[in-house]
Structures are given as C-alpha cells and as structure tokens.
Design a protein around this ligand. Structure first.
Ligand SMILES: *Cc1c(COP(=O)(O)O)cnc(C)c1O
Length: 295
C-alpha cells in the first residue's frame, strides 16, 4: 500500500462561492483500495497477534471488501475464506470473484437465507470445522478494529474543512472519520441503496453523543438501489472524469458526488463552505459498465 500516494486534490469545475477537495484514497492500491485497507489493517494485525492465520469474511458477489481482503491476506501471508451471498454466484464466477480466487481466497457460497445467519455461533463454528480456525471479520469490515482503522482516514482530514462527505455502506468508515473531526465540522453520509436511512442509527450507536448533531445521512441518490445505475449517473461519471480526471466508481463514490452537486444546486451549503469528499476507491466495481465509460 502506497500511503504516500494519497493526496488531496482540488476540483476545478465548482461554483466560486465554495470549494470542493477530494481525498484520493483510491490511489492507495488498485485492489486493496480506499477505505477497505484502513478497515482491514487492524484486523490483520489482530489476527497475526492471535496467531490465527486464516481470515474469514463475508460479502456479496461484487464486494469490494471481499476482493480487498483476498489481496491483503495474500500480501501479509495469511489464508482467506470468503463467504459469498447467493448460490447463483457460483455458476459462473464474475470478475470480482474470479480475482478473489486468483488471490488464493477459498470461496464458500451460501443461499441468501443462510447468509442471514452469518452472525450466529453455530454458523461460524460450522465454517471453522470446514476451513480451520479463522479470524472472523464481519461483512464490510464492520467491527471495532475496522472503526479504529477508519479513524486513520479521519486523521488525514484537516480541521479547516467545514463539511466532509463520505459514501456509506456499513457505516464503519463514517464512524471512524467522524470520531476524528472537530465539533465545528459536519459529516455528510451518502447511502447508495434504497431505504438507507436505517444506517443513521447504526452509525449513531458507535458515536459519542457529542458528535450526533454534526452528522447527517442522505439516501435519495440510490439510482434504483445498491449496484444499480441510470444513464444520468454514467453521464455524470463521464463528465466528472473529463473535467477533473478523477475516475469514480458506480456503486459508491459516483452517487456521493452526484448528491454533493445536487445539494449545491439546492443551496444546501453556506457561502464559503470548504468541502472535502472522501474518494473511498472501489474502482474495480466498474468492470460491468466499462464500455459506457470514457476511462
Ligand atoms: C465499502 C465501500 C464503502 C462503504 O464503506 P463503509 O465503511 O462500509 O461504510 C464506500 N465506498 C467504497 C468505494 C466502498 O468500497
């Protein structure tokens, strides 16, 4: 991971009454990209400390977390097992799962119904009977190690920004970042799925009450649901790339940036707002729409 490659880049094409900068976590690594590395690092350290040499984790068939775990585990000399949601994903492996396999991850497919049991003791014991003792990381790296690791993202953000924007999946990154902001800074979370509002309470659970007034969650820019898109989203991604030479991913960061520009249109931000958007990576998720993109 090339942490020195992470830069803060100023956007050129924004109204002149405010500024938008992008924290380019996508430049860390092509696969272990963005926020995933920060959430994985303390988990990998904890596994090694406990002398457990297999990481077992969970995700959907297009999961950035699964592929990042597979690549990071190999890099740090650990084995990995990925429990994949949906038996249909097994028939023909998509490029994400193909890459997981390439990094040595053992894939274990379960039905959507069984996947819901993924936190039960019995389910986890059965998996360890199959694959050996494992260090278990929840879906999305959503444990205290993950939140602690995400605090390192927050530490990269100067207190001069008035608003910090981040895409929200499990909310782990948002929690870590908010814990490191000052009480004068606002964190805006953008959920890329339908009915993402529930994440507000998920995130709040892990925060000291003093941070709650500084946090707001938006869920209206889902474009049909998680992993779904509409032509106007792809148009936006292409225009954003042409103006800024920054590639966005279709699942998370494009929906966040679209939302940020919508909020500007709605006069949500005060004059002189200094906005920082976190580019959480995830560019591997563009494989299925590559032919529609100019990058
Ligand atoms: C996983 C992911 C997120 C969501 O992060 P959480 O910490 O789970 O909220 C956001 N952006 C990208 C690109 C991701 O891959």
């Amino acid at each position: 991971m090339d942490e020195h490659k992470v830069v803060i880049q100023q956007l050129k094409n924004v109204p002149n009454f405010l500024s938008i900068d992008i924290l380019r976590l996508d430049l860390l690594h092509s696969i272990i990209s963005g926020n995933k590395w920060y959430k994985l690092r303390p988990n990998i350290e904890a596994a090694k400390k406990a002398k457990i040499f297999t990481i077992l984790t969970f995700g959907g068939a297009f999961s950035n977390h699964l592929i990042a775990t597979a690549a990071a585990a190999t890099q740090f000399g650990l084995q990995s097992v990925g429990v994949v949601r949906g038996l249909d994903a097994e028939t023909t492996l998509n490029p994400t799962l193909e890459a997981c396999k390439h990094y040595g991850m053992k894939l274990h497919f379960v039905s959507r119904e069984d996947y819901r049991k993924k936190e039960s003791h019995e389910f986890l014991m059965n998996l360890q009977n199959l694959y050996g003792k494992a260090f278990i990381i929840p879906e999305g790296g959503a444990n205290e190690n993950g939140r602690l690791g995400a605090e390192d993202i927050g530490k990269l953000i100067p207190h001069s920004y008035s608003h910090v924007c981040v895409s929200v999946g499990s909310g782990t990154s948002a929690v870590g970042i908010l814990r490191q902001l000052s009480l004068e800074q606002q964190l805006l979370g953008f959920a890329p799925m339908k009915r993402g509002k529930y994440l507000e309470s998920v995130i709040s659970q892990h925060l000291l009450p003093k941070f709650l007034p500084n946090f707001q969650l938006f869920d209206q820019w889902h474009f049909g649901g998680f992993g779904h898109w509409k032509p106007e989203l792809l148009d936006f991604m292409n225009r954003f790339y042409l103006f800024e030479t920054i590639p966005l991913d279709m699942v998370y960061t494009a929906k966040m940036m679209f939302g940020v520009f919508d909020l500007i249109q709605q006069n949500y931000f005060p004059k002189k707002a200094k906005i920082l958007c976190v580019h959480t990576g995830g560019l591997q998720g563009n494989t299925s729409i590559r032919s529609f993109l100019c990058y």
